[in-house]
Design a protein around this ligand. Structure first.
Ligand code: EPZ
Length: 417
């Protein structure tokens, strides 16, 4: 298994380009299942999760062709196998996002339950409940969701909690339903707006995406379209944290500060100067950050996908910070690894007290999930000496060419087999 070897202590400087958003591209690729005509995508990130999704829809009879170096053309004309098998779903939970589109397009779907992952049980009961409200007959047998619906009917759905992929699944299913669907308590993440924009380009009738009430007027069929994937706000935030903690100055291009207000506000509180340009962000860090407390909540509040990265920068900040994780029940696994680097972190249920130490010392650490891996990279960049991060297949799921981009910013990092 690959490992990442980082020699810490160098302030990051220079410019890198941000890739397309993983968490927009995944649902948007599933949206192409909704119509027989080809859908053309650009700014698709080259990530393991994207490859997994392409393999998953490919085995359904969907044709995927490259279109330039970050473009794809997806044609679902030949869709003939509305099934998502366990051996593919178990490696990527977002596979559940095929359920709504398959049910809407084919009238049936057999999708493996994703099962839990490192950060939590990750149930999909809201996805199922919402589709049942739209008239689908669904039962779960032998670890599979078996769903049937001659034609989904519009319904008013109130989800028990804010769920990103739950909102996405229901919104996609509703585009071909008979009548109007209203999703109350909808997630407001920017990736949902990007998905809605793509669906609208395909002929769907959606209003309210980005608010907590989304209205979808079902139509008979959708048609092909062209869509550019939005920039990855979490990749952006991750590089901002890497520059902030190393006392660096960077310019991130092909991205936007629009969707990072809560993160940029916290970086400014920590002492960074952050300037937003039309399609770039410039950050200049102080010699040492001030500790900043955070509480994760659904968008537009502070994103859970940036919690691990901020725990890392708080490890060497001046003062102490409380990190409260309200979205997932087990998203502090990076803490024990950061402690191996010399961090002072005390966990109490969903709260972590991080007391800044003068420095971290390099060590061998193990990645446990995607964003935990990112926090170990950030800590390694500022630790004295060498940090060796194991199991970086987690990292490759969500960060395109990370060692190349970090090297461009002056970091001493290389992948060792
Ligand atoms: C999406 O996961 C993202 N993944 C996650 O990013 C992100 O952390 C999460 O949203 C929260 O922002 C993708 O978009 C592919 P949820 P999702 O449904 O949709 C509970 C990353 O690092 N819940 O919003 O699976 C759930 O257990 C990944 O890129 C139910 O109980 O998250 C959690 O506690 C990690 N039943 C809360 O809701 C359901 O049916 C929010 O989960 C659905 C969710």
């Amino acid at each position: 298994m690959d490992k990442l070897l980082i020699q810490g202590g160098t302030p990051l400087s220079g410019e890198v380009s941000i890739s397309g958003a993983k968490n927009a591209a995944l649902p948007i690729l599933c949206a192409s299942l909704l119509c027989a005509e080809p859908v053309r995508f650009s700014n698709v990130p080259h990530l393991n999760d994207i490859s997994t999704m392409l393999r998953l829809i490919g085995q359904m009879g969907v044709e995927v062709t490259m279109d330039g170096n970050d473009g794809l053309i997806v044609s679902s004309r030949g869709l003939n196998n509305p099934t998502a098998p366990y051996d593919m779903v178990k490696t990527m939970r977002a596979s559940i996002l095929v359920l709504g589109p398959l049910l809407a397009r084919c009238g049936e779907a057999k999708v493996s339950l994703p099962g839990g992952c490192a950060i939590g049980a990750r149930p999909v009961d809201q996805h199922i409940k919402g589709l049942q409200a739209m008239g689908a007959e669904i039962h779960v047998e032998h670890g599979y969701v078996l769903a049937k619906a001659s034609r989904l009917k519009g319904a008013r759905i109130v989800t028990d909690m804010v769920t990103v992929t739950g909102t996405e699944n229901l919104m996609m299913a509703a585009t071909l339903a008979d009548g109007e669907t209203i999703i109350e308590n909808a997630a407001r993440e920017p990736e949902i707006v990007d998905l809605a924009n793509c669906l609208t380009a395909m002929g769907a009738r959606i209003s309210g995406a980005g608010t907590d009430r989304i209205r979808i007027q079902g139509v008979e069929r959708l048609h092909g379209a062209t869509h550019a994937i939005m920039p990855d706000r979490i990749e952006t935030g991750t590089y901002l944290c890497a520059a902030a903690v190393t006392g660096g100055q960077v310019r991130l291009t092909n991205t936007s500060a629009d969707y990072l207000d809560s993160v940029i506000q916290k970086l400014r509180e920590a002492g960074c100067a952050v300037v937003a340009e039309s399609d770039a962000i410039v950050l200049r860090a102080p010699p040492r950050l001030k500790a900043v407390s955070i509480r994760t909540e659904p968008y537009p509040a502070f994103p859970t996908d940036m919690q691990a990265q901020f725990m890392a920068i708080n490890c060497v900040a001046e003062g102490a910070a409380v990190i409260r994780e309200t979205i997932f029940e087990n998203r502090f696994m990076h803490a024990v690894e950061l402690i191996r680097l010399g961090a002072d972190i005390r966990i109490d249920a969903s709260n972590a007290l991080v007391t800044g130490v003068p420095r971290l010392d390099g060590a061998t650490v193990m990645a446990t999930d995607l964003r935990a891996s990112a926090s170990l990279v950030i800590a390694g960049l500022v630790a004295q000496g060498d940090t060796l991060i194991e199991r970086i297949y987690h990292l490759d799921r969500g960060y395109e060419r990370i060692e190349e981009k970090l090297t461009r910013l002056g970091a001493s990092v290389r992948r060792v087999r």
